[in-house]
Every structure is written in structure tokens, then in C-alpha cells.
Design a protein around this ligand. Structure first.
Ligand code: ATP
Ligand code: MG
Length: 494
């Protein structure tokens, strides 16, 4: 044991710390001796200032994950036990910044003022601290908001093969929070630096950076930092949640996180289990998912919505990590390569996607209008397959269903980075249900999709305000919409 004089900080005049020494370095895992009081989750510091996280211990040895570049650490170096678990600086100043897994700024905009130090690994709030979801999280994607809705505090998995538009949908959800008071956190894990730059460019272009925090655990940083990054994102989110604010956290992606943890575990000589992942990967991820939720009013009523992304191979949902995560989240959005290749974007497969709690918080207006949407669309898909074999002799009803289905598929097509507001979705769904689009050509429906909101805002500016206030489509509002749509279809559709 040694004690240091620290006269600069009056609160801690003496820092008592345990000093051990590095016995061996195996890639990013350091085995140290001489620190008998270390326990898991504690932080240690190497002689060159780099931090390490205690991952395991025996009476003689401590296994340490290096949170930085392990190159400068050599056998025989001193290592100090800081005697505390890992805490991270958090605060309002982090909003709008890009930070690494230890909350150090990476954007060159100078230091970030922290307001508190919060533990990176916590036990998530219990059931008694939470309340059932009651507010919708507007994702800005019509299919999601209408059929597979998200609620604030929900955990929804975005799952699919490579390049199927997963990140784009998550980004749209973040862009759509502009002006809605939701703080977004984008955590990049094990992805190439270039994909993080793309995300940052999109956020900057859409002027969304001022309410977003980006936590970078890109593939080029140390394994320890990649492992830590999603916990850092959760910790930052929890700070805002504890202040009663709403947070949207995107973890892109947890497959890479599982890979990183598998590497760490194998180097720690823990027994590999299914697909060579360690048995506690389930525990690890479920603990992380538990950190999301909606706190009860007495605790401020803050929420953290968690959108973890998982990449699969060739549509195989049965892998260890995907099945684990499907079972711990409140639903999943399945992104299909075949839909993506056919040009259906966003390529979300209705059949395999579900939201188990989101509809409890859906706007009554959207709920009412989207009741039969899933069934109509699935029936259309089935009919479409049948008509490919037999083209003649379709009944009038079948023809009607085909036309309705075509209108639905045109409406749910969405360009990336162009979220659709719920007001706009209500106009689409109302027109669809009333059959107003059944006799229009595909191009006319496309024009309708692109222009109708501006038209309604111009002719009936109070419609959008009133519907956002009441969230219900009253007779009064219905009449207003009916009138506007009739004029639009008569005058604008050619
Ligand atoms: P990765 O596996 O690389 O993470 P991903 O599943 O996250 O991929 P994205 O990066 O979101 O997919 O999108 C893949 C490509 O598809 C991008 O080039 C993006 O521009 C394009 N794309 C995604 N969504 C749409 C859309 N709605 N309309 C048009 N293009 C889209
Ligand atoms: Mg992606």
C-alpha cells in the first residue's frame, strides 16, 4: 500500500491505493499480481496512465481488460488499484458531442463540463420503480408507427442481414425527434470508422446533432473500449432519464459487442459455450436491456427507449445472439434482404416483426385507422402470388383488394432520412381506409404521398395542430380532412 499527497484537491487530500505489478500481457488482457482487494468492475490504472477494468480475480491474480492501447504496458510495470468501480462523467453539456467509451470528447470542440459521476455498471431499476408505457415514440416510419408501434421506454430489436437499411431506420427515428424534447444517443460498436462518419454527416445535414450524443466504439479503438461503449451510452442515458427526460438509445450493433465479449472471454480462459460465446453473454445483454424503461412519476417519469441492432447471416434468426436478444426485447423489426433487393424500402417484413407493448401507447387516431392494415397487406401479398399463376377471371372483390394493396405498398415506401410525421400518417391512412386512393395510378399515389401534407397544412393549418393536441380523429377533424381531400383529388390529381 502507498499513499499519495494530492494538495490540489482539498476533498481528497490522501488517496490510498493498492499497488500491484503486471505479470503478463496477453493482447488486451493483463494479468496482475499483488492487488488482493480488487473485485470485478473496479478500475485500475497502469503506470502510463491507461485505465483497466477488473474482469476476474483470484487470491493471487487479477485479470484486467485494458481500456486503451495495451502496447505501452509491459510485464513488471506498476498497476494501481483505484479502489472504486468504474464511473463516468455525465451532464447536459454532453448533448451535441461525440465522445469515446470513457466519455472523453472526440470532436475537437474542447473539454465537456461534467455534472456528475455515474457508475457504468448498475443494477437496473426494479419493477416497483417503473410504470407501464403510456406515450408513443414517433419513429417517423409509417410501417412502424402504424403497425409495429414503439412506446417510450420500450426495447425494440432491429434485426436483419447486412445492408438492409437497419441503421437508416434507426437514424430516421433519431431525426424525427427534432423539437420533441427527446435526447438521442447513438452508440457505434465495432463498426468501421467510415460508417460512423456517414451517420455523423447525416445527422449534421439534418441539423439533428444538437440533441444527439454519439458514443464511439468503432472497430479501430481498443477492444476494451468497444466492450464498454454500450454501457457508457446507457450511463449517459440514465442521467437524463433520472432528470425526467426522454432518451432514445440506438446501439449499432450488438452482434459486434457479442463478438468482442467472446474474444475477451476466450482470452480470460473462460469455457466457451454455444457458438463459442461464453455462457454469461445472455446475462450481460439482458442486464443492459433492463436499463431501458419508463420510470414512475415519483421518480420523475423519465424514459429510455432502447433500439439495439443485430446483424444476422442469410436471414437466419436462430443464432445464439439473435434468439437471446429476441427473447429479451419487447419486439423486433425484421429487415429482409429479399424485400430490400426488390426495392421495398424500408425493407421491414410484417410477418416476422412484432411490437409487444407499443400499441398500448399508440395515438387513438392511428390505432383506429391502422386496424386492418397488416391483414390487408398480407392478403394482398398472398393474392399477388396467386395472380402470378392465374391472370384471368379475377373477381371484383379480388381486384379491389389488389388495388388497395398496391396503394398500401406505395404509401409505406419511404425514402431514407425523410421521416413522416404522425399527422401525415393519419392523412395517408384515412385516405386509404376511405378508398380514396383505390382509383389512382401508382404515380398519382406517389405524388399524393409527397404533396398531401403540405397541401393540408396550407389549406387547413389548424388540422395538424388539433390532431397533435387531441391525438384523436373527432367528427369535426374528419369532416375537415374529408373536405380537403375531396378538393385535392379534384383539383390536384391529373
Ligand atoms: P450495415 O449492415 O452495413 O450496417 P444497414 O443494414 O445498417 O447496413 P444501412 O446502412 O441503413 O443498412 O443502408 C444500406 C444502404 O441502403 C445505404 O446505402 C442506404 O443509403 C440505403 N437505404 C437504406 N434505407 C433506404 C431507403 N428507405 N431508401 C433508399 N435507400 C435506402
Ligand atoms: Mg448499419
Amino acid at each position: 500500500m502507498s499513499s499519495d499527497m494530492k494538495s490540489s484537491d482539498p476533498e481528497t487530500i490522501f488517496e490510498i491505493r493498492e499497488v500491484g505489478f503486471v505479470q503478463s500481457v496477453r493482447k488486451f488482457i493483463v494479468i496482475a499480481k499483488g492487488m488482493p482487494s480488487c473485485i470485478n468492475g473496479q478500475i485500475v490504472e497502469f503506470a502510463n496512465g491507461i485505465l483497466g477494468l477488473v474482469m476476474g480475480f483470484t487470491e493471487e491474480k487479477v485479470q484486467i481488460l485494458v481500456l486503451g492501447d495495451p502496447i505501452g504496458i509491459r510485464a513488471g510495470d506498476e498497476v494501481y488499484n483505484k479502489g472504486r468501480s468504474l464511473t463516468l462523467p455525465v451532464g447536459n453539456a454532453f448533448v451535441g458531442r461525440v465522445v469515446d467509451a470513457l466519455c472523453r470528447p472526440l470532436d475537437g470542440l474542447g473539454p465537456v463540463a461534467s455534472e456528475a459521476l455515474l457508475p457504468a455498471f448498475i443494477v437496473a431499476p426494479g419493477v416497483m420503480d417503473r410504470q407501464p408505457v403510456n406515450q408513443t415514440l414517433e419513429s417517423g416510419t409509417l410501417i412502424i408507427d402504424a403497425i409495429i408501434p414503439l412506446a417510450k421506454g420500450q426495447r425494440q430489436l432491429l434485426i436483419g442481414d447486412r445492408i438492409t437499411g437497419k441503421t437508416s431506420v434507426a437514424l430516421d427515428a433519431m431525426i424525427n425527434q427534432k423539437g420533441k424534447g427527446v435526447i438521442c444517443i447513438y452508440c457505434c460498436i465495432g463498426k468501421p470508422y467510415s460508417s460512423l462518419v456517414k451517420v455523423l454527416d447525416t445527422l449534421r445535414e439534418k441539423e439533428a446533432l444538437d440533441y444527439v450524443i454519439v458514443v464511439s466504439g468503432v472497430a479501430s479503438v481498443s477492444t476494451g473500449e468497444q466492450y464498454l461503449a454500450p454501457y457508457t451510452a446507457c450511463t449517459l442515458g440514465e442521467y437524463f432519464m433520472s432528470q425526467g427526460k426522454d432518451v432514445l438509445l440506438v446501439a449499432d450493433d450488438l452482434t459486434k459487442h457479442a463478438w468482442v465479449y467472446r474474444q475477451i472471454s476466450l482470452l480470460l480462459e473462460r469455457a466457451p459455450g454455444r457458438e463459442a460465446y461464453p455462457g454469461d453473454i445472455f446475462y450481460l445483454h439482458s442486464q443492459m436491456m433492463e436499463r431501458a424503461g419508463l420510470l414512475k412519476e415519483e421518480l420523475g417519469g423519465g424514459s429510455m427507449t432502447f433500439l439495439p441492432i443485430v446483424e444476422i447471416l442469410q436471414g437466419d434468426l436462430t443464432g445464439y445472439i439473435p434468439t437471446n436478444l429476441i427473447s429479451m426485447t419487447d419486439g423486433q423489426l425484421y429487415f429482409s434482404t429479399s424485400l430490400f433487393n426488390k426495392g421495398v424500402k424500408p425493407a421491414i417484413d410484417f410477418g416476422l416483426s412484432v411490437s409487444r407493448i407499443g400499441n398500448k401507447a399508440q395515438w387513438p387516431a392511428v390505432k383506429g385507422l391502422s386496424k386492418s392494415l397488416r391483414l390487408d397487406y398480407l392478403q394482398y401479398k398472398e393474392l399477388l402470388q396467386m395472380t402470378q399463376l392465374r391472370t384471368s377471371g379475377l373477381s371484383k372483390e379480388a381486384e379491389g383488394r389488389l388495388r388497395r394493396g398496391e396503394a398500401i405498398s406505395q404509401l409505406i415506401t419511404q425514402d431514407k432520412n425523410r421521416p413522416v410525421s404522425i399527422e401525415e400518417q393519419i392523412i395517408y391512412l384515412y385516405s386509404l381506409n376511405r378508398g380514396l386512393l383505390d382509383n389512382l395510378s401508382m404515380e398519382q399515389i406517389r405524388q399524393f404521398r409527397l404533396n398531401i401534407l403540405a397541401y393540408v397544412q396550407q389549406t387547413k393549418p389548424e388540422f395538424c395542430l388539433k390532431i397533435r393536441q387531441s391525438k384523436e380523429l373527432s367528427e369535426d377533424l374528419k369532416g375537415m380532412l374529408e373536405e380537403t381531400l375531396a378538393v385535392y383529388l379534384k383539383e390536384e390529381v391529373k
